[in-house]
Write a new protein. Structure first.
Length: 130
């Protein structure tokens, strides 16, 4: 089964959120499970810094040797930083999805609604594995 860090929050669309308890800016990426399903990541498109999105909006995409998947923002707010390293070297997403493979940072507006704990996310993906 995929690595699921306990200190992150998760979405049903397989994104993770770090830093919700720390303040206004959170870091967002895709989970190891998402990477396993995608296969080798070959292209990453991220949102523009300064753009504001509503929670759940599509903000970019990840392309792999198997398919293309949208990236959704699990929180509403302004994009304050993107990880140019994953654009330049998409393999970082697969090699370290919870570390160097982070996607973008958002200055949060409002309270996120649909986030899952690590246990809830583990239950979600264990039910969807075939």
């Amino acid at each position: 089964m995929s690595n699921i860090p306990d200190d992150l929050s998760y979405t049903k669309e397989h994104e993770w959120v770090a830093g919700l308890d720390d303040g206004l800016v959170v870091t967002i990426g895709i989970t190891a499970y998402a990477v396993e399903q995608l296969g080798e990541v070959v292209y990453v498109q991220l949102p523009d810094v300064g753009t504001t999105y509503e929670e759940g909006a599509s903000v970019g995409e990840v392309e792999s040797t198997k398919s293309v998947s949208e990236i959704f923002t699990p929180v509403g707010g302004e994009i304050v930083e993107v990880n140019q390293a994953v654009v330049d070297s998409p393999a970082l997403v697969g090699n370290d999805p919870y570390g160097e493979g982070w996607m973008f940072k958002v200055r949060v507006e409002g309270d996120p609604e649909e986030l899952l704990s690590s246990d809830e996310y583990a239950a979600l993906i264990s039910g969807s594995e075939s």
